[in-house]
Ligand binder design. Structure first.
Ligand code: HPA
Ligand code: ZN
Length: 342
């Protein structure tokens, strides 16, 4: 395990599935509640943590949306973004693509521009102070339906230079991809990169429909793809990246334990899986912890881990030069942390 542990800590890591609002740690939640005089149903960090006992995706989303009430100003979004990036920067994340949920803020009368300007302040600080590269992906909340998504796309396109893509998140069961076909077509035509959550709690057909109807380039989660062998064949053939989030799947009871998680099987089937953190403040770990605990508890082989690290670089929305830099850094890290001691 020495080789694997050393590699995971030392390697340049790429995060492709993290919700900015899901990085809101209890300490910052309480600080912002006080700063903005917002009432929250928790008096202490322990009380906040005690509430993080989820039975499924919806039970998490209820608390996740409620906590966002403390985010009000440009400074709040900048502080949240910087708190996340400075933390993972120190864990060796060199490139991160962040999701955010604009509708969860505009519904509370926090303007789209306040959100985007604040996040951009944080991204810019990470670039200048830490040398990190980043991207921003705006997700449509599927439970609000396609008309609201369409209006949100208008706002996204007005700030198009700052937002690289669109995604689809929130409650998957009962909200399949098909109604979002037109809004994704419009986003794609405008040059935005396309991703969607699918096959997290919903069936494998949601993954197939996200590819066929929404034309997504990456699938977020996608763990239930294994239930459809023909879909697996297509995902392997077309090298469609799947942004898997192991600790999230366990926290939301999609799988019973890391030991029963299908990630090793997915990699052995040739699927282009990556490991990510989803909502790390809520699910018990950032990307390094997701990789480390997966390696120990699933378990993963040294080769599985190098494949995951390489896949994430290949799946990132970056130019060829940045991709080559990251691959070179990863190769150097693999040399520093060989398989011996495994
Ligand atoms: N699934 C769907 N929507 C989300 C998630 C998730 O894991 N996290 C934040 N929004
Ligand atoms: Zn997610």
């Amino acid at each position: 395990m020495n080789g694997i542990r050393g590699l995971i800590m030392d390697a340049p890591k790429v995060e492709l599935h993290v919700h900015l609002e899901g990085t809101l740690e209890p300490e910052l939640l309480l600080l912002l509640a006080e700063r903005n005089v917002v009432e929250i149903p928790y008096a202490s960090i322990n009380e906040v943590r005690a509430a993080y006992d989820f039975s499924d995706l919806q039970s998490f989303l209820d608390i996740y949306y409620e906590a966002m009430a403390v985010l009000k100003t440009r400074e709040d979004f900048a502080d949240l973004t910087w708190a996340y990036l400075s933390k993972v920067g120190s864990e060796g994340v060199h490139h991160a693509e962040l999701f955010f949920d604009p509708q969860a803020h505009t519904a509370r009368d926090v303007s789209f521009d306040v959100v985007v300007d604040g996040i951009t302040d944080g991204l810019e600080r990470a670039r200048t102070e830490l040398g990190m590269t980043t991207g921003l992906i705006a997700c449509f909340l599927r439970h609000l339906g396609p008309d609201e998504a369409d209006a949100t796309l208008d706002q996204i396109l007005r700030r198009g230079d700052l937002i690289m893509g669109v995604g689809l998140d929130s409650s998957e069961v009962g909200y399949p991809p098909a109604p979002f076909t037109e809004v994704f077509r419009r986003a794609g035509d405008a040059g935005l990169r396309l991703v969607a959550h699918a096959g997290e709690e919903g069936p494998a057909s949601n993954v197939a429909d996200s590819l066929r109807l929404l034309q997504v380039e990456r699938v977020d989660h996608g763990v239930r793809s294994l239930e459809d062998p023909r879909l697996v064949e297509r995902l392997v053939d077309e090298r469609v990246p799947l942004t898997v989030c192991p600790l999230s799947n366990v926290a939301l009871n999609g799988v019973g334990s890391l030991n029963r998680h299908p990630l090793p099987e997915m990699l052995d089937a040739g699927l282009m899986a990556t490991v990510n953190s989803d909502d790390p403040a809520y699910f018990g770990g950032y990307i390094s912890q997701n990789l480390l605990r997966s390696a120990i508890e699933m378990p993963l082989s040294y080769r599985h881990v190098t494949t995951l690290l390489r896949n994430a670089i290949d799946a990132a929305f970056i130019d060829d030069q940045r991709r080559s830099e990251l691959h070179a850094e990863l190769s150097a890290s693999i040399l520093r942390n060989p398989r011996s001691g495994d």
